[in-house]
Write a protein that binds this ligand. Structure first.
Ligand SMILES: *[C@@H]1O[C@H](CO)[C@@H](O)[C@H](O)[C@H]1NC(C)=O
Ligand SMILES: *[C@@H]1O[C@H](CO)[C@@H](O)[C@H](O)[C@H]1NC(C)=O
Ligand SMILES: *[C@@H]1O[C@H](CO)[C@@H](O)[C@H](O)[C@H]1NC(C)=O
Ligand SMILES: *[C@@H]1O[C@H](CO)[C@@H](O)[C@H](O)[C@H]1NC(C)=O
Ligand SMILES: *[C@@H]1O[C@H](CO)[C@@H](O)[C@H](O)[C@H]1NC(C)=O
Ligand SMILES: *[C@@H]1O[C@H](CO)[C@@H](O)[C@H](O)[C@H]1NC(C)=O
Ligand SMILES: *[C@@H]1O[C@H](CO)[C@@H](O)[C@H](O)[C@H]1NC(C)=O
Ligand SMILES: *[C@@H]1O[C@H](CO)[C@@H](O)[C@H](O)[C@H]1NC(C)=O
Ligand SMILES: *[C@@H]1O[C@H](CO)[C@@H](O)[C@H](O)[C@H]1NC(C)=O
Ligand SMILES: *[C@@H]1O[C@H](CO)[C@@H](O)[C@H](O)[C@H]1NC(C)=O
Ligand SMILES: *[C@@H]1O[C@H](CO)[C@@H](O)[C@H](O)[C@H]1NC(C)=O
Ligand SMILES: [Cu+2]
Length: 555
């Protein structure tokens, strides 16, 4: 008996299925307090499953992820899956009062989302008040089974989560600041996978040790989970080859220093070719303006596995805190991979051309220490949090929760990066910007000098965007678009807007729902540097928000 060609192909494809079924990944996250001696903490910290950083969530592209979050602490909680596109599943995005009411003490909520069209490193974190300072962890999205990386296969992979630490409770820090109206205390240290390295006046000196073998390639998945600090990351004596940021592949490039804003991730290859030795891993903050910052350098060690204790440690020099040039060189080096398999689908036409000015201002406040309080705004609007989720209000047509008149341009244009205006007051509102399904957006994010100009890592939920342009000073609509990169701009979900400068991003609004846009310096989010895009449904169920889950928390 001979098989026909068709039969044979059928037989072979049964033996070796080419399309592998995606899986359902179940996780259980329990929010609990945990005592810790790290950095001489004075209080138990808020954790997931008692871990700091929290558990790493592993999945493959196309998998359905189910995370049952149970809240066993006294505070309300929510969790955001930072950078997960959440196609039509805004109910699982996580920002409190934007897409869901918080999970109240004693309650559970099942987050349910599918990882579509993304692979690489992301993070999850609490998205209410300042709980994310200790409630965060990594998300690793592996390629589909049988699909290789577009770079040499690493021998091993390591997750490296960078954080920021307060000796006192971070909630107490922000509550105190909101009462006084002043800037919150800066943190007391920076952490690498929960370890600080030696700290002055604190007997706890545990450092993170990365044990490696000589002659191997390691894939480092580096995550900036700090609250308020953009960070440099360096390993003494070793270059790193960046291959992916924010779960989008990049053209590989070699660098001695990584630069990550809070919420950003960078995946890089490390070749261990130094034979033996102990090499410092260091993180330090970036701040190129008068704003005060925690200057503590967090340290860990890269240790080759046959290194004797007598071998001296190789040190490294970190860029100075105001090394703007270093951040610009890093940003300039980032390019989408833009291969046949992973094309950069940059929108080439624009339906909505928006200009958002962002910065910090001062409002009167009778009860505050100084008769005034710090606020932050987009287009001079300080966002007031609603008392029920905007997505629910939109879905059920509940009136009076928000208005859809967020201005696409500043209402009162001025020289944004020139002399500081005399009036530093802002307006307040809960306004969204409405977008039709599948429309295209160009958003120029312009830093302003209302109070102190400062670098802002801005984050868009629900989408990746392409960073098509960047510059210092005021954006020039006549000249600057001519210099855009529309071929291979980096694709990401969080982008730094340079101090007294601008960044232009483009995205296609192909995800219906309500999507938060905010500065990822938590202090600025708290002060009101936030707004939301409302993306209308398209045609039919495949272009519409899924129905809300039955266990969606209520306010
Ligand atoms: C932390 O330690 C203190 C003192 O030992 C104890 O009273 C408290 O119950 C502990 N808290 C937690 C959450 O374990
Ligand atoms: C989530 O976990 C809680 C606590 O174990 C349990 O009561 C609840 O039924 C779980 N929810 C789902 C959807 O499994
Ligand atoms: C997850 O959400 C999808 C809709 O997006 C739904 O079909 C599925 O039943 C949900 N899974 C669970 C376990 O609730
Ligand atoms: C903030 O810093 C001040 C000055 O060092 C200190 O007195 C205060 O207790 C700190 N606040 C918190 C919440 O740690
Ligand atoms: C450490 O303690 C000493 C003595 O109490 C004090 O002078 C110094 O300022 C402290 N250093 C830090 C970094 O807190
Ligand atoms: C170092 O790595 C090599 C290669 O895997 C292994 O053979 C050796 O046992 C390791 N040595 C130690 C001390 O772990
Ligand atoms: C960075 O700060 C140092 C120390 O304050 C100063 O000397 C230097 O001029 C600054 N560099 C830049 C580029 O602003
Ligand atoms: C208090 O307000 C005055 C006047 O606006 C300002 O000069 C001063 O720096 C403020 N103090 C603080 C601590 O913010
Ligand atoms: C912002 O709004 C406030 C309140 O309406 C106003 O006084 C101020 O001039 C506005 N500032 C800018 C830069 O538009
Ligand atoms: C969205 O618009 C693009 C460009 O016009 C088009 O190619 C695509 O089919 C549209 N998608 C949907 C789902 O309408
Ligand atoms: C928790 O959230 C509910 C619903 O929004 C709210 O009524 C309550 O005041 C919140 N509790 C705390 C401690 O913030
Ligand atoms: Cu900011």
């Amino acid at each position: 008996m001979f098989m026909s060609w068709v039969q044979m192909l059928l037989f072979v494809s049964l033996l070796f299925p080419t399309s592998v079924q995606s899986e359902i990944r179940h996780y259980s996250f329990t929010v609990v307090l945990k005592n810790t001696t790290r950095l001489c903490a004075t209080k138990p910290i808020v954790t997931v499953n008692g871990k700091f950083p929290g558990p790493t969530l592993y999945a493959r592209e196309d998998d359905n992820v189910l995370v049952n979050v149970t809240n066993l602490i006294k505070d309300n909680v929510t969790i955001h899956w930072h950078g997960v596109k959440q196609l039509r599943t805004g109910w699982s995005d996580g920002p409190a009062y934007i897409t869901q009411c918080p999970i109240q003490p004693g309650r559970s909520y099942l987050y349910n989302f599918t990882l579509t069209g993304q692979r690489g490193t992301l993070l999850w974190h609490a998205h209410i008040s300042w709980l994310r300072s200790t409630m965060h962890g990594a998300i690793v999205i592996l390629p589909k089974k049988g699909v290789p990386y577009p770079f040499p296969k690493p021998d091993k992979q390591k997750v490296i989560v960078l954080g920021e630490w307060w000796k006192s409770d971070a909630e107490a820090v922000i509550n105190e600041a909101l009462q006084t109206g002043l800037a919150p205390n800066v943190s007391d240290g920076h952490t690498i996978n929960g370890h600080t390295g030696p700290v002055p006046n604190c007997s706890y000196g545990g450092a993170y040790n990365l044990h490696v073998e000589n002659g191997k390639t390691y894939l480092l998945r580096v995550i900036n989970a700090a609250l308020n600090d953009e960070l440099f990351f360096k390993i003494a004596g070793h270059d790193l080859t960046v291959v992916e940021v924010d779960a989008a592949y990049t053209k590989p490039f070699k660098t001695d220093t990584l630069f990550l804003g809070p919420g950003q991730t960078t995946t890089a290859l490390l070749t261990t070719d130094r034979g033996i030795g102990k090499y410092v891993i260091a993180i330090s903050p970036f701040m190129d303006t008068v704003v005060s910052v925690d200057t503590f350098t967090g340290t860990g060690y890269l240790i080759y596995n046959n290194t004797l204790p007598s071998i001296p440690t190789t040190m490294t020099t970190m860029p100075p805190v105001n090394a703007t040039w270093k951040t610009l060189v890093f940003a300039e080096s980032l390019r989408s991979l833009n291969s046949k398999q992973y094309p950069a689908n940059v929108p080439l036409t624009v339906d909505h051309s928006l200009l958002f000015t962002i910065g910090v201002g001062i409002d009167p406040c009778a009860t505050c220490s100084n008769g005034s309080r710090a606020v932050a705004a987009i287009n001079n609007i300080t966002f007031d949090m609603p008392t029920i989720a905007i997505l629910e209000a939109h879905y059920y047509g509940i009136k009076g929760v928000f208005t859809d008149d967020f201005p696409g341009k500043p209402l009162m244009p001025y020289d944004y990066t020139g002399v500081q205006p005399t009036n530093l007051q802002t307006m307040h509102g809960t306004r969204v910007y409405r977008l039709a399904y599948n429309s295209t957006v160009e958003l120029v994010i312009q830093g302003n000098s209302m109070l102190a100009p400062e670098s802002h890592p801005t984050h868009l939920h629900g989408f990746n965007f392409f960073a098509v342009g960047r510059g210092l000073g005021n954006f020039n609509p006549a000249k600057d678009p001519k210099k855009y990169n529309l071929v291979d701009p980096v694709e990401r979900n969080t982008i730094s807007v340079p101090t007294a400068g601008w960044t232009a991003i483009r995205f296609r609004a192909d995800n219906p729902g309500v999507w938060f846009f905010h500065c990822h310096l938590e202090v600025h989010t708290t002060w009101g540097l936030k707004m939301a895009f409302l993306v209308e449904n398209g045609k039919g169920p495949d272009e519409s928000v899924v129905p809300p889950p039955r266990d969606l928390p209520q306010c």
